[in-house]
Every structure is written in structure tokens, then in C-alpha cells.
Design a protein around this ligand. Structure first.
Ligand code: ATP
Ligand code: MG
Length: 369
């Protein structure tokens, strides 16, 4: 899978820009605030339908303009595709693949997959559970259209139930609607657990190999999927999962009504990362945290390859310079096949390490070196 060309119109600080890429390695250099991350963000949009930085499309529109357009020429499964996004202009967002309108972002993922890695991700291990859930969700949404649909349905139900819990003190009649929400949340929640448990099983295997190698064989990493307590076996069948989720909801009914929060369900799931027997979130050193975060990202890349048969494109935003030379080398060796986009600051000597195209970004204009 590769991105051959991208066109941005009135996207972030780009007025009108077309860039053609190398099939393997692309280094994007520039001073701060020139548009390097914005260019990678456009690639993320073309693969997921939305930005990794914001949910608001209007933030993506160049200041004082009406709307933005993105277009990508992608090669995958031995075919060429053209993905197109148009947002703003006072109209509903329009997404097409080869000129055919598509409804779900999942249709974009069917053509282009991305693994995005930025300095904040180096904290994936130390942050709260939400960061690790986002990581699972973004990988799974690109891989499994059914997961993406279940997740958006679950989030919709969750928001609605939270509103009911918030308002039911003034309107006790709303409590009667809860059982229906609970049942639908258990049904969709069970689908999330089904996919997450399988994803984490693969992730654990790949990440532990990567971590072991990256630490010079010294450290052992293990990962476990943590979900709703009453779920004894997350690999269990759908009916059983639904029953166990309902059981947990029943036990938390009063707590939910009195705290006015939705306390039960897989929206609280987490990944437990353990290094040499110690919970990484509490005990890992900085170096261990970085190695583990790196291993998770590279593991996600391998899972994509295993499921889809091709490597997703790898977007490394400013991360290589934050890693020590040994880990830099490790990442670069790992890329092997597949296409990569690496941003770095002017002064970095990275482009001398890499073979491929070098681009300079200045004030929203990209020039090939
Ligand atoms: P750094 O090296 O600091 O990470 P960068 O090259 O990655 O810098 P970007 O994050 O791509 O920088 O942002 C470049 C500029 O784009 C910022 O100065 C920001 O103000 C500007 N920008 C962001 N959104 C818009 C927008 N909607 N319209 C115009 N400019 C924008
Ligand atoms: Mg940046």
C-alpha cells in the first residue's frame, strides 16, 4: 500500500499544494510551525475520514476560506485508487473513492491505512486508559468496518445514556428508558469486546517480540486486555458477553443514578502493560516507556500487515529525533518494506541517514529537494 500523490486545497495552512511521493521513504523537513504535521494530518484524514487532532472539520479549513479539499492517489491490492474529501462550503462533507460517493469513513480505510506516531504517543504507556483505548480504536476502526460501526453506535448510546442520567433528577420519568439503553449498550459493547480481545492477543505477541529485540533481549513485555469485571472470558460467545454486561449494569444501577455517570461498560476498558513483572504505568523508566510505546505502534503495523496483507503507511511525526541512536536504527530497520513519511526539524541530520525523497516545508509550501 502506498500514497503516490496528495493534493491539499485550503487545508490548514496550505492554499493549494500537490506533492508526489517516493514509494518507500519520504523525509519532510522544515522549521517549526511551517506545515509538516498538517501534511501528515491530511494523510490521516484520507485514511480515516477525520483528523487525529480535532473532531471539528472547520478547524481544518484554511483561515478565512469556505471549505477544504483533499485528494490522494493510492496504490493498493495492485490497483490505483483516488480518494477525495470535501468539507465546508456550507454543505455536508463529501467523501468519494474513485468518484463513487461513500458513506462511512471505513470505506476510506479500505483503500488507505495509516499508523501515526508522534511524540505524545511516547507517553501512551504512562497516560490514562483513554489514550490506550484510542490506540485500540483507531487501529481496529481501520481494520474492521463492523467494529467501526459498533463503536460509533456505542458512543452514541453512551452519550445519550449520560444525558439521561444527568437529567433524571429533575425528570424521574426518564429512568424508565434506561433498560432499553442498557440492553442496546450491552449488545454493541459485546461486539467491541469481541474485537478488542482478539486485537490485544495479536498485539501482545508482536509487541513483546519488538520490545525484547529493542531492549537487546533484556526486558520482557506483556500486555493484557482489561474489560468489565463480570466478563470472565472476553473470547466467550456473544450471548454470554451480553448477559455478563447486563449483570454488571444491574449491579451498578444505583451508583449510576446517584453519581449521574455511566459507570458500566467497555468505555472503561484498558490495556495493562507489564514490563518484567511490574505495571509499566506506575513503574516504567523513561527509556522503558519509550521502548514499550514504540513496540505497541510497530506491533499495530504488523497486525495490519497480517490482516490486510499489506503494510499500512507509517507516519512518524518528529519522533525519530526523540529516540536514542540505537532505537532510531531499530525503527528504521523495522520499516523494511512499506512506505514511510518522517518529519524532522531543519537541524536534524536524519535525512543523511535515510534514502528517499527529501521535502522542505516553508509556510505551507512544499518543495522537493
Ligand atoms: P512543528 O515543528 O512545531 O511541529 P509543524 O511544521 O509541524 O511545526 P504544523 O503543526 O503543521 O507545524 O502547523 C503549521 C501552522 O499551521 C501553524 O502555525 C498553525 O497556526 C497553522 N494553522 C493551523 N490551522 C490552520 C488553519 N485552519 N488555517 C491556517 N493556518 C493554520
Ligand atoms: Mg509538527
Amino acid at each position: 500500500m502506498r500514497l503516490d500523490e496528495i493534493t491539499l486545497e485550503d487545508f490548514r495552512n496550505y492554499a493549494s499544494q500537490k506533492v508526489t511521493f517516493d514509494p518507500i521513504c519520504n523525509v519532510i523537513c522544515g522549521e517549526n510551525a511551517q506545515g509538516k504535521t498538517n501534511l501528515l494530518e491530511a494523510m490521516v484524514c484520507l485514511s480515516t475520514g477525520r483528523s487525529h487532532r480535532t473532531r471539528a472539520d472547520r478547524e481544518l479549513i484554511r483561515f478565512e476560506q469556505e471549505g477544504y479539499r483533499l485528494e490522494g492517489s493510492i496504490h493498493t491490492r495492485n490497483r490505483d485508487f483516488a480518494s477525495h474529501i470535501e468539507a465546508g462550503f456550507g454543505k455536508k462533507k463529501k467523501i468519494t473513492v474513485n468518484q463513487v460517493p461513500v458513506k462511512a469513513a471505513a470505506d476510506l480505510s479500505a483503500v488507505l491505512n495509516t499508523i501515526f506516531f508522534c511524540p505524545e504517543d511516547l507517553q501512551l504507556i504512562k497516560e490514562g486508559a483513554a489514550a490506550r483505548r484510542r490506540f485500540m480504536d483507531s487501529s481496529l476502526c481501520q481494520l474492521r468496518p463492523r467494529y467501526a460501526a459498533a463503536l460509533s453506535e456505542y458512543q452514541r448510546l453512551h452519550e445519550h445514556k449520560t444525558r439521561i442520567l444527568r437529567d433524571c433528577a429533575d425528570r424521574p420519568d426518564l429512568i424508565a428508558t434506561l433498560p432499553d439503553f442498557n440492553l442496546r449498550m450491552a449488545e454493541t459493547g459485546a461486539i467491541l469486546i469481541h474485537y478488542r480481545s482478539r486485537f490485544v492477543r495479536m498485539l501482545a505477541a508482536y509487541a513483546s517480540a519488538a520490545h525484547n529485540e529493542c531492549s537487546g533481549g533484556k526486558e520482557q513485555l506483556s500486555i493484557q486486555y482489561k474489560t468489565v469485571k463480570t466478563v470472565i472470558d472476553p473470547f466467550g460467545d456473544h450471548k454470554l458477553l451480553v448477559m455478563q454486561l447486563l449483570e454488571h449494569q444491574r449491579a451498578h444501577h444505583y451508583a449510576e443514578v446517584s453519581s449521574r455517570q455511566c459507570l458500566s461498560g467497555p468505555h472503561k476498558d484498558d490495556l495493562e502493560v507489564v514490563i518484567d513483572g511490574l505495571i509499566a504505568r506506575s513503574y516504567a523508566s523513561q527509556g522503558q516507556t519509550r521502548t514499550a510505546a514504540l513496540s505497541l505502534k510497530l506491533a499495530a503495523r504488523e497486525i495490519h500487515k497480517e490482516i490486510i496483507g499489506e503494510y499500512p503507511i507509517l507516519l512518524l511525526d518528529d519522533v525519530l529525533s526523540e529516540l536514542d541512536p540505537k532505537r532510531q536504527e531499530y525503527v528504521l530497520n523495522r520499516i523494511g518494506s512499506g512506505q514511510v513519511f518522517i518529519t524532522c526539524c531543519e537541524e536534524d541530520r536524519l535525512h543523511s541517514l535515510l534514502k528517499g525523497n527529501v521535502y522542505r516545508v516553508k509556510n505551507g509550501v512544499v518543495t522537493r529537494q
